[in-house]
Design a protein around this ligand. Structure first.
Ligand code: TTP
Ligand code: MG
Length: 348
């Protein structure tokens, strides 16, 4: 295969994190969300799925289906933390990562050539070792097939779809599995006697275009295993920052520092959700007479934690000669890297 695309999807993500954090919950039906009269289920452990519970089901229904289930509140912050950890770990394998959600991503690992299977195994092992969680991985030569593959034998799955497997895999699938065909189209097609990809594959391309409009050609290709969409890594940000103008011009260094502290938290968050690090920290001030001063520092090891960013910003501010009142203060970070590779080269 020329292009190697992985699709990763964590298994029962929120519920697995809860089971990980509280091992007594392992092997038990755990439902995250769905608490309260009007709550809906965010997700549930595979043990609860056996009873027919699933995401988006109203909590009262989930309780009827699985009375012994343990209901837990959603701890988003914790799931994000683990998600960040996973994305950071993935960035050790490639920087061609397209996050799709908190627990799902496409990776283009073509650069690893023939070793793709060992890379897929390694990623699974690595995630398990560092987070205690299992992931299902689909491997193929395009996005559509990779996503199909990751869903193939969940949980803890690893499925490869090669070109020669395509007709056998695709033909029997129901048309709702095709990316881009909505519920209404499925109903219409069913009414026309089209249920499977095999049924749809009998349509000539012009008929497809007529029925689906602009998307017709894309769907025509998809059901033949052709999908040229690239893995779109987030474009690299050049800098992140924040600034504010004081209500009253000030000499008060403590006030300025408290702003810098707030900005550090903001900037750190912006970096961490993107799994990025910064090497240059810049503090900017504007005086009451509108003179602008900036002071920057570039450090050796990239950082992303608010505490570290603040520490540098504090030093920078103290280095600026403040002989006038200040009307504006700002903090930014630049020289952005995806840190891990950088840090690894330091270790060599
Ligand atoms: P999914 O990957 O769709 O589900 P999952 O990881 O729980 O289970 P699977 O093994 O089938 O992949 O969604 C990821 C997380 O997103 C999920 O753990 C909880 C959250 N989520 C919701 O809060 N509401 C929803 O309706 C869905 C589908 C997911
Ligand atoms: Mg998942």
């Amino acid at each position: 295969m020329k292009r190697i695309i992985l699709h990763l999807d964590m298994d029962a993500f929120f519920a697995s994190v809860e089971q990980m954090d509280n091992p007594q919950l392992k092997g038990k039906p755990v439902i995250v969300g769905g608490i309260g009269e009007r709550g809906v289920v965010s997700t549930c452990s595979y043990e609860a799925r056996k009873f027919g519970v699933h995401s988006a089901m109203p909590g009262f229904m989930a309780r009827q289906k699985c009375p012994d289930a343990i209901f837990l509140p959603v701890r988003m912050k914790r799931y994000k933390e683990i998600s960040n950890k996973i994305f950071r770990l993935l960035s050790q394998y490639t920087n061609k990562i397209e996050p799709l959600s908190i627990d799902e991503a496409f990776l283009d690992i073509s650069e690893h050539g023939k070793n793709y299977l060992s890379v897929a195994h390694k990623i699974k092992k690595d995630i398990l070792k560092k987070t205690g969680l299992t992931v299902s991985v689909g491997v193929s030569y395009n996005k559509f097939l990779a996503k199909l593959a990751s869903d193939w034998n969940k949980p803890d799955g690893l499925k490869i779809i090669t070109k020669d497997m395509v007709p056998d895999i695709l033909m029997p699938l129901t048309i709702d599995r095709i990316y881009g065909i909505g519920k209404k189209s499925v109903q219409k097609l069913n009414a026309m006697g089209v249920y499977t990809i095999e049924d749809l594959s009998k349509w000539p391309i012009d008929f497809m275009k007529n029925f689906f409009g602009k998307q017709g050609e894309e769907i025509y290709n998809l059901i033949r295993g052709i999908d040229l969409r690239e893995v779109e890594a987030e474009r690299e940000a050049k800098s992140f920052g924040r600034e504010t103008t004081f209500e009253n011009d000030t000499y008060d260094i403590e006030e300025m520092l408290s702003y810098l502290k707030g900005f550090s938290v903001h900037v750190s968050y912006a970096l961490r959700v993107r799994n990025l690090y910064a090497k240059t920290i810049t503090v900017k001030i504007k005086t009451s007479r509108f003179a602008t001063h900036t002071k920057s520092k570039t450090i050796d090891s990239p950082i992303d934690k608010s505490k570290d960013i603040y520490k540098e910003a504090e030093k920078l501010l103290k280095e600026i000669n403040l002989n006038e009142k200040i009307r504006l203060i700002g903090l930014s970070v630049s020289n952005i890297t995806d840190g891990y590779q950088e840090q690894m080269t330091f270790l060599k």
